[in-house]
Design a protein around this ligand. Structure first.
Ligand SMILES: [Zn+2]
Length: 453
């Protein structure tokens, strides 16, 4: 179950839906041989959050200075006994012992060095890790390699921004920043006028292209690329058909050498839309060239899950108490649907039989009582949550369940909590009485495995 290892992987909270996105300009220097990253950034168009904001920066960086728009050096809180938020240390600019109100523009310079994991592999890799492996550097938005503004009142990370930055990396053949195209090193300028999470993927690698996708650091032959492309197109077409909403963006697939010691056959992936990144996986080796398909039936749902994050993760950007349910359980449920369309009912029957067996003794907190998003742990979000959606399907039918998902995708700027679940269920045509049956038998149950057919 590769999807188990996608945990810790997704934080796609978007701010541009709620207001103006920040704009990042400046220079980045990366030394592949020492793992040192040095940034000189101006962050402008910071939303007006009054005093209710923080600046988060990966814990591995040391700040040289924070200056205001008049280039005056600011004092800041967090330099001593600092608080952490995820991967980041929390900094707050100060003026006369009080938080600088609505800074709008900040000039931040900092540097830090990160281990190069080669023969001694790390015990864990996840989306928030700044990963040097001697050949490439991967730094996703979640790592906070760039200053991420945290909106305290709304409890939101503003990870997506517009940018115009220059990146220098002496040893790099190719430099890629999500939102722009890969460019030849050692120095290149990257720009995005659309707010996006600027994931970095830099190093000695080649790029490959098909009509609808780009592949970084893969080594596929023409046939493998074609078959891979066909599978992605098929999955996208399926989602488009059932969800009635277009998926016409090109994906960028990244393959990179793991920095974590894996058991045989283990791999993991994450999404920073439109990037789908995999570690410990040779995409070409998934392809059965003779029979024109992916070798293992488990690879199709794995990729289908990641592709489903275009809808649940990008079109809808879940937040609030049921964030993980609306991000992961929906994507997993959809990947089962896509795989059923590919391999027939026998696929979904096996999937649910296996999951219910594995979760026989699982004790779930009912969704309507969840107050803290982290209570939906990885087993809940990837394995138990899809059973709750399957349960809804058993009560109201497949079409109404899909209509419910469509209704969720059409929502704008809403908190994805239990009220959101119920509201969209009713809005999509599920009757009050069916909802009451579903709620009583499935939601309120601490284990639905015996009900799943
Ligand atoms: Zn996922």
């Amino acid at each position: 179950m590769k999807n188990f290892f996608l945990f810790l992987s997704l934080l796609l909270l978007n701010y541009n839906l709620f207001g103006q996105a920040p704009h990042l300009t400046g220079n980045v220097h990366i030394a592949m041989t020492t793992g040192q990253i040095t940034c000189d950034f101006v962050l402008s168009k910071i939303p007006n959050l009054g005093k209710d904001y923080q600046i988060l920066l990966n814990k591995g960086f040391n700040i040289k200075s924070i200056k205001d728009s008049a280039n005056v050096t600011l004092e800041y809180d967090g330099f001593y006994n600092g608080k952490m938020k995820g991967e980041g240390l929390v900094y707050v600019p100060q003026v006369k012992d009080s938080t600088l109100i609505n800074p709008k523009t900040l000039h931040i310079t900092y540097t830090g060095a990160f281990p190069i994991y080669t023969d001694t592999l790390n015990f864990i890799d996840f989306k928030g890790l700044i990963a040097f492996n001697g050949k490439t550097l991967r730094a996703a938005d979640q790592s906070k390699w760039y200053p991420v503004i945290y909106d305290v009142k709304a409890d939101k990370l503003i990870e997506q921004l517009t940018y115009n930055i220059a990146i220098t990396c002496d040893q790099a053949e190719t430099i890629f920043v999500n939102g722009d195209l890969p460019k030849t090193g050692p120095k290149a300028i990257f720009k995005s006028d659309i707010p996006i999470a600027p994931l970095l993927f830099i190093g000695n690698y080649k790029t490959q292209q098909t009509k609808n996708a780009m592949f970084l650091n893969t080594n596929m032959n023409k046939r493998q690329l074609e078959i891979f492309e066909e599978n992605i197109a098929e999955i996208k077409a399926y989602y488009q058909k059932i969800l009635g909403s277009k998926y016409d963006k090109k994906n960028i697939f990244i393959e990179h050498q793991q920095v974590e010691k894996y058991n045989n056959g283990r791999s993991w992936g994450f999404v920073t839309f439109p990037v789908i990144a995999f570690a410990g996986l040779d995409l070409g080796s998934l392809v059965d060239e003779k029979n024109n398909r992916l070798k293992d039936t488990a690879d199709y749902p794995f990729i289908a899950h990641e592709i489903a994050h275009y809808y649940f993760g990008n079109v809808l950007q879940p937040n609030s108490k049921l964030m993980w349910f609306f991000l992961e359980s929906t994507a997993e449920y959809l990947s089962v649907k896509a795989s059923e369309a590919k391999f027939g009912k026998v696929y979904s029957a096996n999937y649910y039989a296996k999951t219910t067996k594995a979760l026989k003794n699982y004790k779930a907190i009912p969704l309507n009582t969840i107050q803290d998003m982290s209570k939906i742990n990885s087993t809940y979000r990837y394995n138990y949550g899809p059973l709750l959606l399957k349960g809804l399907e058993q009560v109201v039918g497949e079409q109404k369940t899909i209509n419910f998902l469509i209704s969720c995708l059409k929502s704008k700027n809403e908190l994805t909590d239990y009220d959101f679940f119920k509201r969209n269920a009713l809005k999509s045509g599920i009757t009050e009485s069916d909802w009451a049956t579903y709620e009583k038998n499935y939601i309120l149950s601490e284990n639905v495995t015996s009900l799943i057919k």
